[in-house]
Write a protein that binds this ligand. Structure first.
Ligand code: CTP
Length: 154
Protein backbone atom coordinates (compact mmCIF):
# COMPACT_ATOMS: atom_id res chain seq x y z
CA UNK A 1 0.00 0.00 0.00
CA UNK A 2 1.37 3.41 -0.99
CA UNK A 3 2.15 5.73 1.90
CA UNK A 4 -0.33 8.60 1.94
CA UNK A 5 1.65 10.90 4.17
CA UNK A 6 5.25 11.28 5.17
CA UNK A 7 5.46 11.01 8.95
CA UNK A 8 8.57 13.14 9.34
CA UNK A 9 10.08 15.31 6.59
CA UNK A 10 13.37 14.42 4.96
CA UNK A 11 16.31 16.47 6.10
CA UNK A 12 18.80 18.44 4.03
CA UNK A 13 21.95 17.88 6.04
CA UNK A 14 22.65 15.94 9.22
CA UNK A 15 22.05 12.55 10.83
CA UNK A 16 19.05 10.22 10.96
CA UNK A 17 18.92 7.58 13.68
CA UNK A 18 16.26 5.09 12.60
CA UNK A 19 15.07 1.69 13.88
CA UNK A 20 15.59 2.72 17.49
CA UNK A 21 13.79 0.18 19.74
CA UNK A 22 10.44 1.80 20.71
CA UNK A 23 10.75 4.15 23.68
CA UNK A 24 14.57 4.20 23.65
CA UNK A 25 14.79 7.54 21.80
CA UNK A 26 14.59 9.41 25.12
CA UNK A 27 17.82 7.77 26.29
CA UNK A 28 19.47 8.44 22.92
CA UNK A 29 18.52 12.14 23.22
CA UNK A 30 20.07 12.22 26.68
CA UNK A 31 23.29 10.55 25.42
CA UNK A 32 23.50 13.23 22.73
CA UNK A 33 22.70 16.02 25.27
CA UNK A 34 19.75 17.09 23.14
CA UNK A 35 17.60 19.26 25.39
CA UNK A 36 15.82 22.62 25.38
CA UNK A 37 19.11 24.50 24.83
CA UNK A 38 19.85 23.19 21.34
CA UNK A 39 20.14 25.58 18.42
CA UNK A 40 19.67 23.07 15.59
CA UNK A 41 16.50 21.29 14.46
CA UNK A 42 15.64 17.84 15.84
CA UNK A 43 12.53 15.85 14.94
CA UNK A 44 11.53 12.82 16.96
CA UNK A 45 8.99 10.11 16.22
CA UNK A 46 8.14 7.73 19.05
CA UNK A 47 6.44 4.34 18.73
CA UNK A 48 5.76 4.41 15.00
CA UNK A 49 5.02 1.36 12.87
CA UNK A 50 8.10 -0.03 11.15
CA UNK A 51 8.00 -1.43 7.61
CA UNK A 52 9.96 -4.37 8.99
CA UNK A 53 7.18 -5.11 11.50
CA UNK A 54 6.75 -3.95 15.07
CA UNK A 55 7.41 -0.45 16.34
CA UNK A 56 10.39 1.89 16.34
CA UNK A 57 11.52 5.41 17.24
CA UNK A 58 13.29 7.80 14.83
CA UNK A 59 15.45 10.86 15.57
CA UNK A 60 16.47 13.29 12.82
CA UNK A 61 19.16 15.80 13.73
CA UNK A 62 19.91 18.61 11.35
CA UNK A 63 23.45 19.94 10.90
CA UNK A 64 25.03 17.53 13.38
CA UNK A 65 27.26 14.52 12.72
CA UNK A 66 28.01 12.06 15.48
CA UNK A 67 31.36 11.14 17.04
CA UNK A 68 32.62 7.56 17.49
CA UNK A 69 32.00 7.57 21.27
CA UNK A 70 28.44 8.84 20.74
CA UNK A 71 27.78 6.00 18.27
CA UNK A 72 29.27 3.49 20.75
CA UNK A 73 26.93 4.73 23.49
CA UNK A 74 23.92 4.54 21.18
CA UNK A 75 24.84 0.96 20.18
CA UNK A 76 24.37 -0.12 23.78
CA UNK A 77 20.99 1.47 24.45
CA UNK A 78 19.52 1.14 20.95
CA UNK A 79 20.94 -2.05 19.39
CA UNK A 80 19.98 -2.38 15.72
CA UNK A 81 19.57 1.37 15.20
CA UNK A 82 20.60 2.56 11.74
CA UNK A 83 22.54 5.75 11.15
CA UNK A 84 22.11 7.64 7.88
CA UNK A 85 24.38 10.57 7.15
CA UNK A 86 22.61 13.07 4.93
CA UNK A 87 24.21 15.69 2.69
CA UNK A 88 22.16 17.70 0.18
CA UNK A 89 19.13 15.49 0.88
CA UNK A 90 21.09 12.38 -0.21
CA UNK A 91 22.19 9.51 2.05
CA UNK A 92 25.98 9.52 1.75
CA UNK A 93 26.56 6.81 4.35
CA UNK A 94 24.27 4.34 6.10
CA UNK A 95 25.21 1.73 8.70
CA UNK A 96 23.89 -0.13 11.73
CA UNK A 97 25.43 0.78 15.08
CA UNK A 98 27.83 -1.87 16.34
CA UNK A 99 28.61 -2.68 19.96
CA UNK A 100 32.40 -2.40 20.36
CA UNK A 101 34.34 -5.46 21.67
CA UNK A 102 35.60 -3.43 24.61
CA UNK A 103 33.79 -0.52 26.24
CA UNK A 104 36.22 1.99 27.70
CA UNK A 105 35.24 5.15 29.61
CA UNK A 106 31.54 4.93 28.67
CA UNK A 107 29.73 2.88 31.34
CA UNK A 108 30.35 3.39 35.07
CA UNK A 109 30.81 0.23 37.14
CA UNK A 110 27.99 0.06 39.73
CA UNK A 111 30.33 -1.66 42.21
CA UNK A 112 31.44 1.23 44.43
CA UNK A 113 34.46 -0.79 45.57
CA UNK A 114 35.66 -1.30 42.01
CA UNK A 115 39.07 0.23 41.33
CA UNK A 116 37.54 2.15 38.41
CA UNK A 117 35.52 4.12 41.01
CA UNK A 118 38.51 4.94 43.20
CA UNK A 119 40.35 8.25 43.07
CA UNK A 120 42.87 6.68 40.72
CA UNK A 121 42.55 8.03 37.20
CA UNK A 122 41.46 4.66 35.83
CA UNK A 123 38.88 4.63 33.06
CA UNK A 124 36.05 2.13 33.39
CA UNK A 125 36.54 -0.88 31.12
CA UNK A 126 34.08 -3.61 30.19
CA UNK A 127 34.39 -6.72 28.06
CA UNK A 128 31.38 -7.66 25.92
CA UNK A 129 30.29 -11.20 26.82
CA UNK A 130 27.14 -11.29 24.69
CA UNK A 131 25.78 -8.91 22.05
CA UNK A 132 22.17 -10.14 21.96
CA UNK A 133 20.95 -9.84 24.66
CA UNK A 134 23.71 -7.48 25.68
CA UNK A 135 25.83 -8.62 28.63
CA UNK A 136 29.06 -6.90 29.61
CA UNK A 137 31.52 -7.56 32.43
CA UNK A 138 33.80 -5.18 34.29
CA UNK A 139 37.45 -5.86 33.35
CA UNK A 140 38.57 -4.96 36.89
CA UNK A 141 36.01 -6.44 39.32
CA UNK A 142 34.17 -8.87 36.99
CA UNK A 143 30.80 -7.35 37.87
CA UNK A 144 28.35 -8.33 35.09
CA UNK A 145 25.84 -5.78 33.72
CA UNK A 146 22.72 -6.45 31.66
CA UNK A 147 20.81 -4.01 29.44
CA UNK A 148 18.82 -2.15 32.12
CA UNK A 149 21.90 -1.66 34.30
CA UNK A 150 23.87 -0.42 31.30
CA UNK A 151 21.16 2.16 30.58
CA UNK A 152 21.29 3.53 34.12
CA UNK A 153 25.08 3.60 34.27
CA UNK A 154 25.87 5.05 30.85
N1 CTP B 1 16.08 10.33 5.43
C1 CTP B 1 15.87 11.67 5.76
N2 CTP B 1 16.29 12.65 4.91
C2 CTP B 1 16.85 12.35 3.73
C3 CTP B 1 17.04 10.99 3.37
C4 CTP B 1 16.64 10.00 4.25
O1 CTP B 1 15.37 11.98 6.84
N3 CTP B 1 17.19 13.36 2.93
C5 CTP B 1 15.69 9.29 6.41
C6 CTP B 1 14.53 8.41 5.98
O2 CTP B 1 13.30 9.03 6.33
C7 CTP B 1 14.79 7.16 6.82
C8 CTP B 1 16.32 7.11 6.90
O3 CTP B 1 16.78 8.41 6.58
O4 CTP B 1 14.29 7.35 8.15
C9 CTP B 1 16.91 6.10 5.95
O5 CTP B 1 16.49 6.42 4.65
P1 CTP B 1 16.19 5.27 3.55
O6 CTP B 1 17.33 4.29 3.56
O7 CTP B 1 15.85 5.92 2.26
O8 CTP B 1 14.85 4.68 4.17
P2 CTP B 1 14.30 3.22 4.15
O9 CTP B 1 14.49 2.59 2.83
O10 CTP B 1 12.89 3.32 4.68
O11 CTP B 1 15.27 2.55 5.20
P3 CTP B 1 15.18 1.18 5.98
O12 CTP B 1 15.20 0.08 4.98
O13 CTP B 1 16.45 1.25 6.81
O14 CTP B 1 13.93 1.23 6.81
Amino acid sequence: MAERTLLVSKINNGTVIDHIPPGKSFKVLSILSIDSRISYTVTIAVHVLSKKGGYKDIIKIEDRFLQRDELDRISMVAPGATISIIKDYEIVEKFTVKIPDEIVGIVNCPNQNCISNSREPIKSRFVVKSQKPILIQCFYCQRPLTDLEIITNI
